[in-house]
Design a protein around this ligand. Structure first.
Ligand code: ADP
Ligand code: 5GP
Length: 189
């Protein structure tokens, strides 16, 4: 397999990670998204095979047993998420850089494995309150899943210092500019 570079984006849910990653994928044609497998329900606007490979828990377990994952986590109770080894080869074989949108634990694991080949970026919301209002505004959660995500957010924030870069997403436009600079620098060498 050809080998290449990796960009890892991690953050508490609602930080704006997906918004930033989408922007970067549009701005840099050599970046390509690693499509994860997951077992949560599809959101209306999501596309199977583009945003995620949506699997049943049985299908997910099958892939675990066949050693198809680079890493996987039960990110939320009964909701499994995993990065597929096949995504790395698919993207690297085209000479592109792999972009991961992945939880904090998974992000740190991939960084540990790939060292300088990878750049890990923690997207930080200005506050937990801001995170909550963004999640509410997104209209994708109910009170229960919202609470799960906010509980986990506090825990995840404590790992931000373990990442190569902390990107604060307060003003979106500014965060997008900073993200572009970060990527430009990383792709340079
Ligand atoms: P994540 O992928 O980290 O869960 P999203 O990218 O889905 O987060 O963003 C969560 C919500 O917050 C979305 O509705 C998005 O449009 C909004 N959002 C993203 N960045 C900002 C920002 N800087 N200020 C206000 N709202 C934002
Ligand atoms: P969401 O349900 O909001 O799409 O994602 C929930 C969390 O799971 C986010 O933090 C997201 O980054 C993370 N996630 C998505 N794909 C993967 C993956 O392949 N592995 C891990 N460990 N986490 C993932």
């Amino acid at each position: 397999m050809m080998s290449g570079k990796i960009l890892i984006f991690s953050a508490p849910s609602g930080s704006g990670k997906t918004t930033i990653v989408r922007h970067l994928l549009n701005a840099f044609p050599n970046l390509e998204f690693s499509i994860s497998a997951c077992t949560r329900g599809k959101r209306d606007f999501e596309i199977n095979g583009k945003d995620y490979y949506f699997l049943t828990v049985d299908e997910f377990r099958q892939k675990i047993s066949e050693d198809e994952f680079l890493e996987w986590e039960e990110v939320y109770e009964n909701n499994f998420y995993g990065s597929l080894k096949s995504e790395l080869s698919r993207i690297w074989n085209k000479g592109n850089t792999v972009v991961f949108d992945i939880d904090v634990k998974g992000g740190l694991n991939i960084k540990r494995k790939y060292g300088d080949q990878a750049l890990s970026i923690f997207v930080r919301p200005p506050s937990i309150d801001a995170l909550e209002s963004r999640l509410r505004y997104r209209h994708t959660e109910n009170e229960e899943t919202l609470k799960k995500r906010l509980d986990k957010a506090n825990f995840e924030m404590s790992f931000s210092k373990d990442f190569d870069i902390e990107l604060i997403n307060d003003n979106l436009e500014q965060a997008l500019k900073e993200a572009e600079e970060i990527v430009k620098n990383f792709l340079k060498h």
